[in-house]
Design a binder for this molecule. Structure first.
Ligand SMILES: [Cu+2]
Length: 199
């Protein structure tokens, strides 16, 4: 019996060691939570933990959400929930595209096959700005209004964490940190532009 229990523990041990949650808190130096930051783990490989359907709506003359994170190969729907028509486009090198004027309750789909940042705009409404982060990282999560992101089923022990936000003041709008369990990351932010434009 004891031998059976022991061998069961030996079998279980690697699984237990692998399954951990990582809580990442992103705040400014003054303690303000940073929402919409995307946390990825570049050293964790395998299939994406993200699951669709993926959606970037146009609602009340804004994109919703402001930041969407999707795995490479994801198809993203762009439903228009407004009474007016929108003309969605991106000049981003990872996937330039254009969705010519379409109206209420219509939708379009775009597949993103390359990792990178897709900055979105609308030809009609300059104040509409949003971003899609297309990632090849298996583990990815976005911070909520409290600046918190939880990554499930990640390896235990020290991990490299990458934090991206369109208005993060850093090379590639990305900073890197290392830690485990619960991590607090301080991010220096710049003021969002008044209009769409380079970020
Ligand atoms: Cu528009």
């Amino acid at each position: 019996m004891r031998a059976v229990l022991l061998s069961m523990l030996v079998l279980l041990a690697p699984t237990l060691a692998r399954a951990a949650d990582l809580l990442v808190s992103v705040r400014t130096a003054s303690g303000r939570p940073v929402a919409d930051a995307v946390v990825t783990l570049p050293d964790v490989h395998g299939p994406s933990h993200l699951s669709g359907p993926y959606r970037m709506a146009q609602h009340d003359l804004q994109f919703d959400p402001f930041v969407l994170v999707v795995p490479v190969g994801a198809e993203v729907a762009f439903p228009n929930l407004d009474k007016v028509r929108h003309h969605v486009y991106s000049f981003s090198p990872a996937h330039p595209f254009e969705l010519k004027l379409y109206g209420r309750d219509e939708s379009r789909k775009v597949r993103f096959d390359k990792a990178g940042v897709i900055a979105l705009g609308c030809n009609i409404h300059d104040s509409m700005v949003a971003f899609i982060l297309v990632t090849d990282a298996a583990a990815a999560a976005k911070t909520d209004a409290n600046g918190l992101a939880v990554l499930h089923d990640v390896p235990a022990g020290d991990l490299t964490v990458r934090v991206w936000h369109p208005y993060l003041r850093a090379a590639g709008n990305t900073l890197t940190a290392r830690g485990q369990g619960r991590m607090a990351v301080t991010a220096e932010m710049r003021a969002p532009p008044e209009h769409r434009g380079a970020y």
